[in-house]
Design a protein around this ligand. Structure first.
Ligand code: NAD
Length: 501
């Protein structure tokens, strides 16, 4: 294959090599195919709105039929494999991905705008780690035996669900596919992965790499719009489970449709996560962790962003000063550049949406600006660059404190009483993540236990660990898939067998 140098038009001295041809197919039944209707979608890079870096097929109903049929045909043999064989295949897939770590990371940077050092590379390594972790769990897909009388044998078997449609968002495609694919495969299911229309390339390349070791049809990848191929998969009668990650609005419809036909489904949705700092935690170390929680290094395009920062009034000003000084050091720049801390927002629509929230926040009485790094970055820039913004004096009932912005806008809220801050933290229709910073571990854990979120971190702000339980409460989601228990609950079903001996 020839290589093409992608030039973003931004003079950073960085070039990325992306594979040619730029016209990708979809992986169905081990073949790279066009959409049945022959239509294609252009993929632009967020680094440069004028640059089409690839085209992908625009799949519709007929393509859902083909992909689901391929996954169905591959299912019996894959499910029938002994568990060590499935484990071996996943380990080989991990090795292939590891050899291509750098390529996948570069492609992620170009595809999503996520900065290579702070985000894109960790996403690739998370994917590799997840394949290895779930390979090691292959033997855990097992049943139990009841201690019955000697003339009875009563036992259970854990069986795969069948064909899983995995629907992905654009913000961190390799990380989200890592949350789903290794777990569903090791449990014996086959997959139709639907890549996000805004960032499909890293997932297609991942599929190209690991299809070398996966039997044809075990992994299929389709591309196109949510309302077309996404919906076609959700309503497809031969899809046994829909594993969806995306917005709460779309997820509610996906759950209703999949549930309406009594298919299994899981939903990983949005968040408006609280980050609570106690008066004993006004240190540089905590500032670093809070910075991680803001997900500024990911343009805050993360479902687990700690976007509501609750600062105790005793340390409010001092902590904010420290945070602002640190944020001012972050470099917004070409996501392919190792020096960049922050890359680009995914597209023009999302960039404008973030402006709308900023305007709305600033229009509220009492709103202040602790940091506005936007400076010379404007809507006219060819890339969708956006520096962080920290708003103070925010009330928990303002729109910017209630809705998911999915952009680098942090709302700072003052608190004085533990009950009050827990009430405010929980006063949200979301319940995905939360962060508690407190040196008194008793108080920290007391608060952690009272917060209605699926994932609470104490005294740290980083991302998910391979194997941890992950999922939302309230309108942040339904179901778990990423841990051992999540894999068992999310991707298997139990059969009881009672035998009279
Ligand atoms: P989105 O809901 O617009 O789209 C997600 C995926 O669903 C895309 O592939 C899209 O094509 C598809 N889709 C859209 N309409 C569909 C339909 N009617 N039927 C089936 N599929 C459909 O979300 P997005 O803008 O791509 O991603 C951002 C959102 O994802 C944010 O709200 C973020 O919080 C959420 N997210 C959640 C998690 C999590 O783990 N909880 C992780 C990442 C992102």
């Amino acid at each position: 294959m020839a290589d093409t140098v992608i030039d973003s038009g931004i003079d950073t001295g960085v070039e990325t090599v992306v594979q040619d041809p730029k016209d990708w197919g979809m992986l169905i039944g081990g073949e790279w195919v066009e959409a049945a209707a022959g239509e294609r979608i252009e993929v632009i890079t967020p680094i440069d709105r004028n640059q089409v870096i690839a085209t992908v097929p625009r799949a519709r109903d007929a393509d859902a039929d083909r992909a689901v049929d391929a996954a169905r045909r591959a299912f019996p043999a894959w499910a029938e494999l002994s568990f060590p064989e499935r484990a071996r295949t996943l380990l080989k897939a991990a090795d292939l991905l590891e050899e291509a770590t750098e390529e996948l990371s570069q492609l992620t940077a170009v595809d999503t705008g996520n900065a290579i050092r702070t985000q894109a590379r960790p996403e690739s390594t998370m994917l590799i780690g997840a394949f290895r972790y779930f390979a090691g769990l292959a033997g855990e897909v097992k049943g139990v035996t009841l201690p019955t009388a000697s003339d009875q044998l009563q036992y259970t078997r854990r069986q795969p669900l069948g064909v899983v449609a995995a629907i992905l968002p654009w913000n961190s495609p390799l990380m989200i596919v890592a949350f789903k694919l290794p777990a569903l495969l090791v449990a014996g299911n086959t997959a139709v992965v639907k890549a996000a229309e805004d960032a499909p390339l890293s997932v297609l390349r991942m599929a190209e790499l690991i299809s070398e070791v996966l039997p044809p049809g075990v992994l299929n990848v389709v591309t196109g719009y949510g309302a077309e191929i996404g919906e076609a998969l959700v309503v497809h009668e031969d899809v046994d489970k829909v594993s969806f990650t995306g917005s709460t609005a779309v997820g509610a419809g996906v759950g209703a449709k999949a549930g309406g036909r009594l298919a299994h489904y899981s939903l990983e949705l949005g968040g408006k996560s609280p980050c609570i700092v106690y008066p004993d935690s006004c240190t540089d170390e905590v500032v670093e962790q809070v910075l991680l929680a803001t997900r500024f290094a990911r343009q805050s395009q993360s479902c687990t962003t700690g976007s509501r920062l609750f600062l105790h009034e005793a340390i409010h000003d001092e902590f904010l000063d420290k945070l602002v000084q640190r944020v001012a050091q972050l470099r917004v720049g070409d996501p392919r550049d190792e020096e960049s801390d922050i890359g680009c927002i995914i597209n023009a629509k999302q960039w404008q949406r973030v402006q709308g929230y900023i305007e709305d926040g600033l229009a509220q009485q009492g709103a202040g600006v602790a940091y506005d790094g936007r400076g010379s970055l404007t809507a006219d820039d060819p890339g969708f660059y956006h520096a962080p913004m920290i708003l103070t004096g925010v009330e928990n009932n303002w729109r910017i404190a209630r809705e998911e912005i999915f952009g680098p806008v942090l709302s700072v809220i003052r608190w004085s009483d533990e009950d009050e801050v827990v009430r405010m933290a929980n006063d949200s229709h979301y319940g995905l993540a939360a962060f508690v910073f407190c040196q008194d571990l008793g108080a920290a854990l007391r608060t952690a236990h009272r917060i209605d979120s699926g994932w609470v971190q104490v005294n740290q702000g980083g991302g998910q660990q391979v194997g941890q339980s992950y999922g939302g409460m309230k309108q942040s989601g339904v179901g778990r898939e990423f841990s051992l228990e999540g894999m068992l609950e999310g991707f298997t079903q139990v059969k009881q067998i009672n035998v009279r001996l």
